[in-house]
Design a protein around this ligand. Structure first.
Ligand SMILES: [Zn+2]
Length: 141
């Protein structure tokens, strides 16, 4: 019996197929293509004060430090405040996470210092303050 479709349906990633699948489907009902969970399909965005954006690809872990962040800072002298490996952001099926194990000048998430406190969930609109010199807004798309 045909299932009635809903706005939550997931379109098959196989473009030639295009089958609408239930929101919780792991594989396409028509062609069997793997369907990633919704959170991992989102791209994370680090939004800098000057309006520039740095994208976080789904399913990745990346470390951010002075090299990665330098071009988004108001002045290059500030880059030295940021550790070479300042914090990392991970994305998996369950969402986005930020972790700072050992930065010298700390990472603040929504006003709370997270350095040495392990992995913290990152949510739309969260504010990441790096070494007290730059505030980054986290968004997903
Ligand atoms: Zn399909």
């Amino acid at each position: 019996m045909p299932r009635s479709s809903s706005s939550q349906d997931v379109v098959c990633p196989n473009v030639a197929c295009g089958q609408l699948n239930p929101p919780d489907a792991k594989f396409c009902e028509m062609c069997g293509a793997a369907i990633a969970a919704t959170p991992s399909q989102k791209v994370g965005i680090l939004c800098f004060p000057d309006g520039s954006e740095l994208q976080i690809q789904p399913g990745t872990t990346r470390i951010y430090g002075r090299i990665e962040l330098a071009k988004y800072l108001p002045s290059q002298t500030e880059a030295s405040w940021i550790s070479r490996k300042h914090f990392s952001i991970t994305n998996d099926d369950t969402g986005f996470y930020i972790q700072d194990d050992s930065s010298l000048n700390k990472t603040i998430l929504n006003g709370e210092e997270i350095t040495g406190k392990g992995r913290r969930p990152l949510r739309e609109g969260d504010e990441i303050e790096v070494a007290g010199i730059v505030k980054i807004r986290f968004a997903t798309r």
